[in-house]
Design a protein around this ligand. Structure first.
Ligand SMILES: *[C@@H]1O[C@H](CO)[C@@H](O)[C@H](O)[C@H]1NC(C)=O
Ligand SMILES: *[C@@H]1O[C@H](CO)[C@@H](O)[C@H](O)[C@H]1NC(C)=O
Ligand SMILES: *[C@@H]1O[C@H](CO)[C@@H](O)[C@H](O)[C@H]1NC(C)=O
Ligand SMILES: *[C@@H]1O[C@H](CO)[C@@H](O)[C@H](O)[C@H]1NC(C)=O
Ligand SMILES: *[C@@H]1O[C@H](CO)[C@@H](O)[C@H](O)[C@H]1NC(C)=O
Length: 500
């Protein structure tokens, strides 16, 4: 096999099998007809799926990297087109490797709350791998602003999570969004281990720049492939706290949504979701159950399995698989000259395009202190420059167990109309953990309506669905998502009928 061909296989493997859950960009270019990045079994070809270990990830003499910027230099006066707000914003780079010239970009929105000095610090990560937390988390999901259809002006998100926490967004690894490396080979050697190590070095150095957050309760949140990033970063933090015998980072808990957790159950759950939501035929569903081996040990392709998953791919091709009931973006242009009427309750399927235009504006980049080195590629919601992904464990369940055993708060949520990492996948993955139930399954409420369902396990792990939400939960159900994060941060159970 030629090297370019074997490269393709490795990439295909990363993209398709190991939970490469690219987000919805591309829809625009496809004029609303997204190809399903179908999850399909391919042989492993030596791809590293071994369990995650932080031990070799970062050694102590590499923790602290000399930085050129200060907090005040990172202060954002005002984002172009933003409404008036009462909280401080910061944006800039943290160098994570001086020799390589590798720097990660962050955007930080302090809490919009008079008690901000006592509110926790919350980090949000998007997945992909290769997708930007600015593109999705900050600008389309839980951040303080959303971009209007003119690609120029912003409106306030009244369910922004910075009403409940000081909110940090990180573009990671280098090659995502504005984050970059001066050593271009870094883009070819990405993987889970390096991402966790860089994220850790980022955090330690970010806290040097913002020392008032050093002892603040710290939580990590994320969705999709961040189902890997979040527990891996948490594991790395615990590892170094233990090694140093002190609290370098005051980590209290993690929360992950529609998260890639366990390859085998994630894949099986996806096809079961297609079948139970009347997207594929019973015959194909039965064939998939009978002939597909989704286990990490599987070495051979199976013809019947491939035929059935191909058919499933064709059947779901014209859907937004990240929200099976959502309208598609059919606009030929990225933006409209006049901004469309907006509603926080009615997510615009063309939002990706508005954010793309906004974050590529030179004046926006200047305000954010982004792209100071004049990168040769544009800002993309999901990276075009990262071309390879070297390691991705087939499961992160051992990490979840470790975090629970260390007394961290662990919440797992699921928007129940996502077809990509659907609620069935998450339930199968959690079932694999065989945790004893502490609080039996029950609906949880917001404003007298069912916000979703929840079950709490001993140990402690809370599972919660968010009713009517796709893959990007806060985009589709901003009020329910806000209630969820508030209860998570407060450490209070989601309300049943007795309390709502
Ligand atoms: C900002 O705070 C001031 C004074 O507390 C208040 O009057 C104003 O309404 C606030 N503005 C916004 C946009 O929240
Ligand atoms: C990358 O190179 C540019 C140009 O030499 C330099 O200004 C910048 O500081 C470098 N980035 C890092 C993180 O060292
Ligand atoms: C860790 O620190 C505690 C107090 O902070 C001390 O009592 C203990 O002996 C230390 N353990 C080790 C192994 O150094
Ligand atoms: C789409 O783009 C074309 C060419 O740039 C422009 O003439 C047209 O007005 C745009 N349409 C909308 C709806 O923005
Ligand atoms: C950075 O700036 C250059 C020059 O203005 C621009 O061409 C490029 O698209 C920008 N890249 C990113 C990642 O923002």
């Amino acid at each position: 096999m030629g090297s370019s061909q074997s490269f393709c296989w490795v990439l295909l493997f990363c993209l398709l099998l190991s939970g490469f859950v690219a987000q919805t960009h591309g829809k625009m270019k496809e004029q609303g007809l997204p190809p399903l990045r179908q999850s399909k079994l391919k042989p492993n070809f030596g791809f590293d799926t071994s369990l995650f270990e932080a031990v070799q990830a970062v050694n102590e003499d590499k923790f602290y990297v000399p930085q050129e910027c200060t907090k005040e230099e990172d202060r954002i006066e005002r984002l172009p087109g933003q409404p008036q707000v009462n909280f401080s914003q910061y944006g800039g780079y943290v160098t994570v490797d001086k020799a390589a010239g590798r720097a990660l970009f962050y955007y930080f929105a302090e809490a919009n709350n008079p008690n901000k000095d006592s509110l926790p610090l919350l980090l949000w990560l998007n997945g992909g791998p290769g997708c930007s937390s600015l593109a999705y988390g900050a600008m389309q999901e839980l951040g303080p602003f959303r971009v209007r259809s003119d690609g120029k002006t912003l409106y306030a998100n009244r369910f922004s999570w910075n009403y409940a926490a000081n909110l940090l967004f990180l573009e990671s690894p280098a090659g995502v969004g504005y984050s970059y490396s001066n050593t271009s080979s870094d883009y070819k050697t990405c993987g889970d281990r390096k991402t966790a190590a860089d994220n850790y070095v980022f955090l330690v150095n970010w806290l040097e720049r913002f020392p008032e957050y050093k002892n603040r309760p710290f939580y990590i949140s994320g969705e999709s492939y961040a189902g890997h990033y979040v527990p891996q970063l948490a594991h790395t933090i615990l590892h170094h706290n233990k090694k140093a015998n002190k609290t370098i980072i005051n980590l209290k808990g993690i929360i992950i949504g529609n998260a890639v957790i366990n390859q085998e159950t994630d894949n099986r759950g996806m096809y079961d979701y297609f079948a139970s939501h009347a997207l594929i035929s019973d015959e194909d569903a039965q064939k998939i159950n009978k002939y597909c081996d989704f286990s990490p040990e599987a070495k051979h392709e199976n013809r019947e399995c491939n035929e059935a998953t191909d058919a499933a791919g064709r059947d779901t091709y014209y859907l937004d698989i990240y929200n099976i009931y959502a309208p598609l973006c059919t606009m030929a242009n990225y933006t409209t000259p006049q901004p469309k009427k907006v509603s926080i309750f009615n997510f615009d399927p063309c939002s990706d395009g508005y954010v793309y235009v906004y974050l590529n504006r030179p004046e926006v980049q200047e305000a954010l202190h982004a792209n100071v080195t004049k990168l040769t590629h544009d800002w993309e919601p999901c990276s075009d420059v990262i071309t390879d992904w070297g390691d991705s464990p087939s499961t992160i369940i051992p990490l979840l167990r470790e975090l629970m055993a260390n007394g961290l708060r662990v919440w797992v949520f699921s928007g129940d109309i996502d077809g990509r990492v659907p609620v069935t996948s998450t339930k199968y993955s959690l079932n694999k953990m065989s945790l004893p139930v502490k609080t039996a399954w029950h609906p949880w409420y917001l404003n007298g309506e069912v916000g979703g369902y929840t079950e709490v396990y001993k140990g402690d792990l809370t599972f919660a669905t968010v009713r009517g939400a796709g893959h990007q939960v806060p985009s589709y159900q901003p009020a329910r998502a806000f209630s969820l994060i508030k209860h998570f941060l407060d450490g209070t159970p989601l309300p049943d009928t007795k309390r709502y």
